[in-house]
Design a protein around this ligand. Structure first.
Ligand SMILES: Nc1ncnc2c1ncn2[C@@H]1O[C@H](COP(=O)(O)OP(=O)(O)OP(=O)(O)O)[C@@H](O)[C@H]1O
Ligand SMILES: [Mg+2]
Length: 323
């Protein structure tokens, strides 16, 4: 049997957008403290970070809506704050749905196409393409006010991509979208990525980010403190260790908490759920269960699972990692 030839490293496409050393303050209060970011065609990048970390400010800088106090932004080689024409390469889906409620989906998308200078002759095909890509064709003639949250969000994406931007920015794309409809929004984002669009999204939904993003970046107090592929970041932070989650039937007193802490367990956001990492996974969970029972702290349930992006996020936010 002959060995498969090693495939050569793919030649990385040039970035569509680069931010270098972006610094910005509002009224003397630093919000961005030297952010570097580059997005290439066909990648989904999820910008993560707690409230107030500077995500929306960074988006405004990327869009040329604010000129940073320091640093540079290049979108398709031009500074969008100085060269407004550069913004044609960008589509923005704001967190608040920005459509005309009384107009149909098709009318809305056509209106946005006109605003984005899509040539008149090309309007019908541009609108049809945007609806097809966002799977909203079956609602083309429905007024936006009658749409579900998921269709609304996708119609908003249609309006943002009708002029075929190379960079699509989505601020919190799944807020107000129920769980089932999220899948459809995610599928639309993947479809655009596969066409070569660079996608930058912010989200507080870490499960979505872990499943969808090719790369994630953690912004903390205006600094990008961790960046990479979700699986690689998780593997690097946790190695072979698994997360053991102990679910108690009820809250325990101080003595019980000391006992849990003595087992290396740490409290989580929920008083009845404690957690720890262990390379021994299931075997360690069994021993832990036994000891807790003997101590009169019978767990209702013990779960063993791979550490998640959410777990990593907590460590980063609490400065236990990449400080
Ligand atoms: N126009 C403004 N004037 C003054 N301060 C502002 C302005 N916009 C944002 N800020 C402040 O800058 C900081 C960063 O805000 P930003 O909106 O970028 O955060 P964010 O990461 O998008 O947060 P969230 O997750 O809540 O959307 C916050 O402390 C915010 O209060
Ligand atoms: Mg924001």
């Amino acid at each position: 049997m002959t060995a498969e030839p090693l495939s050569p490293e793919p030649i990385a496409a040039l970035p569509i957008v680069t931010v270098s050393g972006a610094v910005h303050a509002y009224g003397g209060q630093p919000v961005l403290r030297g952010v570097d970011l580059a997005l290439r065609p066909g990648e989904i990048y999820a910008l993560l970070g707690p409230n107030g970390a500077g995500k929306t400010t960074l988006i405004r800088v990327l869009c040329g809506r604010i000129r940073p106090d320091g640093g540079a932004v290049l979108l398709n080689g031009r500074d969008p704050a100085r060269v407004p024409a550069a913004r044609a390469g960008l589509g923005l889906v704001p967190q608040e749905i920005a459509l005309y409620p009384n107009l149909t989906v098709a009318e809305n998308v056509e209106t946005f196409a006109v605003l984005a200078d899509v040539p008149r002759a090309g309007l019908p095909s541009a609108v049809a393409r945007a609806l097809a890509l966002t799977r909203t064709t079956d609602r083309a003639h429905v007024p936006v006010k009658h749409l579900s949250g998921g269709y609304r969000r996708r119609a908003n994406i249609a309006a943002a991509i009708v002029h075929e931007p190379s960079l699509l920015i989505l601020d919190e794309p799944t807020v107000g979208v129920d769980l089932d409809a999220r899948e459809a929004v995610d599928a639309v984002i993947r479809g655009l990525r596969d066409l070569g669009v660079a996608v930058l999204m912010t989200t507080h939904d870490l499960d979505q980010a872990g499943a969808l993003a090719d790369r994630v970046g953690f912004l903390r107090e205006g600094e990008l403190v961790l960046e990479g592929r979700p699986r690689a970041l998780i593997a690097e932070a946790f190695g072979e260790r698994m997360e053991i989650q102990v679910h108690l039937a009820e809250e325990v007193d101080a003595a019980g908490q000391d006992r849990l802490a003595a087992e290396g367990l740490e409290p989580t956001g929920r008083a009845t759920v404690w957690t720890r990492l262990d390379a021994d996974g299931y075997a360690a969970a069994g021993r832990l269960d036994q000891r807790l029972r003997e101590a009169g702290l019978a767990p209702r349930e013990i779960r063993v699972r791979e550490p998640s992006l959410a777990h990593l996020f907590t460590l980063v936010a609490d400065r236990k990692l990449a400080a």
